[in-house]
Design a protein around this ligand. Structure first.
Ligand code: GRF
Length: 194
């Protein structure tokens, strides 16, 4: 059993999930959120990280995909597990190999529906509304070398009404994310490291 599990969060945008996760694990006896990794220097998640007192690391595409800059930083921080929480780039194979079955992502739809490259944020919710789906939801899954194709850990659905706009669907999905993502992270981590 590993006593302290160090978790790095990756995000590209607003970071409301990051904030929710950090607050959930604030006084956790074993799970420590030790760093926010972000690929956008002007992303709001960096302001949230500062306010929450969590260090952040900003990187570019080359640092992430074609060099060991990000991987070396993860190792230097003794990172045990990676959570993608609103992060858009495809994870390169050298990071996936080092963190085999230790990277998870949240997707704002019921995969395999509405997954793959370009299917993120409002694009997903727009597609759900255009197709007149009666439900949407969240999928939490392990990350492999293809977008949104890793093993599913957890799904939860929410009803979509005929009158719902993409914004309303987004709000419903975010609510599921806030309610379930931290708990699923906790359960997954304790399962992997016990
Ligand atoms: C979430 O809907 C998440 O599922 C998706 O990107 C969004 C990020 O929102 N992958 P936020 O940055 O956490 O507010």
């Amino acid at each position: 059993m590993k006593n302290t599990i160090n978790v790095a969060l990756f995000a590209s945008g607003s970071g409301s999930n990051v904030e929710n996760i950090v607050l959930y694990f604030k006084n956790h006896p074993r799970i420590k959120i030790n760093q926010i990794f972000c690929n956008k220097p002007d992303a709001f998640v960096l302001k949230r990280a500062e306010k929450l007192g969590i260090a952040s690391f900003i990187f570019n595409k080359n640092d992430f995909s074609n060099s060991n800059v990000v991987l070396d930083k993860l190792i230097e921080l003794n990172t045990d597990f990676i959570v993608l929480a609103g992060f858009l780039w495809l994870t390169p194979s050298h990071i996936i190999q080092k963190y085999a079955n230790k990277i998870i992502n949240i997707h704002p739809a019921l995969l395999p529906k509405y997954g793959g490259k370009g299917m993120y944020g409002s694009h997903v919710h727009q597609a759900v509304v255009e197709n007149k789906d009666s439900e949407s939801g969240i999928t939490i899954h392990f990350v492999n070398e293809e977008y949104d194709k890793g093993k599913v850990i957890f799904q939860k659905s929410t009803k979509v009404l005929a009158t719902d706009t993409a914004e309303i669907v987004a709000q419903k999905v975010h609510q599921l994310e806030y309610n379930f993502f931290p708990k699923v992270i906790e359960k997954t981590l304790l399962g992997v490291f016990d």
